[in-house]
Structures are given as C-alpha cells and as structure tokens.
Design a protein around this ligand. Structure first.
Ligand code: PRP
Length: 188
C-alpha cells in the first residue's frame, strides 16, 4: 500500500515521493497497547518516568504512556548526532537535558528507532550517571541489522531492516513526523 503525504496541495503532489506504508495507524495502536500493558506487568507497583528522546520518539512516548496503566511521569531529552546522512556519525552530544531528578527512579527510555545504537548507548550512560534505579528501553522500531554497538532493547514494536522510515514522529529533513503511519519513502 502506498500513500501520499496528507495536506499536500494537488499541484505539488506529482513531485512528492510516494510513501509505502509499513505499519498503519491501527497496527501501531494495537502494538503500542500491547507494549504498554507489558511494561505495566513488568514494572508492577513502580511509578516510572517515561523519558522520550526528541524528536523522533514524541508520538510513541505519548501513546505508550497512555497505554500504560501506571502512575507515569514524563520527561524529555534531546541529543545531537554530528555528521550528515541518515545514520549517526558516532559523535553524540546532549542538546537538551532532563528537567527532573531521576535519582532512584525506574526509567522507561522511549525511542522512535534504534539504528546504529550509538545514540542509545550515549543516553543509557547518561541516565545511569543521573542515578536511575533501573532503565528499560522501549523503541517503536528496532533496526537490528544496522547495529554498530551492542545495546539492550527491552520492548520493540517491530524489528525491521535498514530501510529509512518516516512518520509517527520520524522525519526526512524534518518532514513527515505527523503522518499517523510509519512508511518508507519510495525512490522516484
Ligand atoms: C534518530 C532516532 C534515534 C537515533 C537512532 O534520531 O530518533 O534517536 O536517530 O540512531 P542511532 O541508533 O544510529 O544512533 P535523529 O538523529 O534522526 O533525530 P530526531 O529524533 O530529532 O529525528
């Protein structure tokens, strides 16, 4: 199935790349609901903090939090990866840190996609240095074949290949984040 980005003026549509849908809105909602319940079972009586990695995790984090019947608080961080292209270069720096204190807290780190693992590795180190009692990693998508470094993933929506995905928070040059589905830009 392919779709055109919504809200695109008809006159521009012919120059827009088609998007092949990988996971539609219903599939995402069902899978996120499963993950939310699984996290609740695993964390029992804890009141976890869901830390979202901006910007790609924004939709997943919010939906996952709503699907988790625990006393959840939210926090956010942003990192910068240096180097052009569609994967991290290896140099990751904190661009925007947590607002709250996570000392002694159970953290669920929410990612849109884990690719090389370099971003996640850097963030896990950071969360541990901030005194988190435990960190579990939840990602909507896990690009297992792209790993450059071993990182733990506790909850994955789906494992996928090396395709460049957009939608549901994920972008191409900042576009497509608000698509309600996850798709792949088709070559024109
Ligand atoms: C994406 C994604 C992860 C990171 C994963 O973020 O959201 O944070 O890349 O890549 P890695 O495993 O190779 O390190 P991106 O840098 O595209 O920024 P964004 O979240 O603002 O879109």
């Amino acid at each position: 199935m392919t779709e055109s980005p919504p809200h695109t003026p008809a006159a521009v549509t012919t120059t827009e790349p088609a998007i092949r849908v990988l996971f539609n809105r219903e599939q995402i909602a069902a899978r996120v609901r499963e993950l939310g319940l699984q996290i609740a079972r695993d964390l029992g009586d804890h009141a976890p903090v869901f830390v979202g990695v901006l910007k790609g995790a924004c939709m997943f984090q919010c939906d996952l939090a709503r699907a988790t019947p625990l006393d959840v608080t939210l926090d956010f961080l942003a990192v910068s990866s240096y180097g052009a292209g569609t994967t991290s270069s290896g140099t990751v720096r904190m661009a925007s840190d947590l607002r709250g204190d996570i000392t002694g807290r159970q953290v669920v780190l929410c990612e849109g996609v884990v690719d090389s693992g370099l971003t996640l590795s850097f963030i896990l180190e950071h969360l541990r240095s901030r005194g988190a009692a435990g960190v579990r990693v939840a990602t909507l998508l896990d690009k297992v074949p792209c790993r450059k470094i071993q990182v733990p993933v506790d909850y994955a929506g789906w494992r996928i290949g090396a395709e460049f995905v957009v939608g549901y928070g994920m972008d191409a040059a900042e576009r497509y984040r608000n698509l309600p589905y996850v798709g792949v830009l088709e070559e024109s």
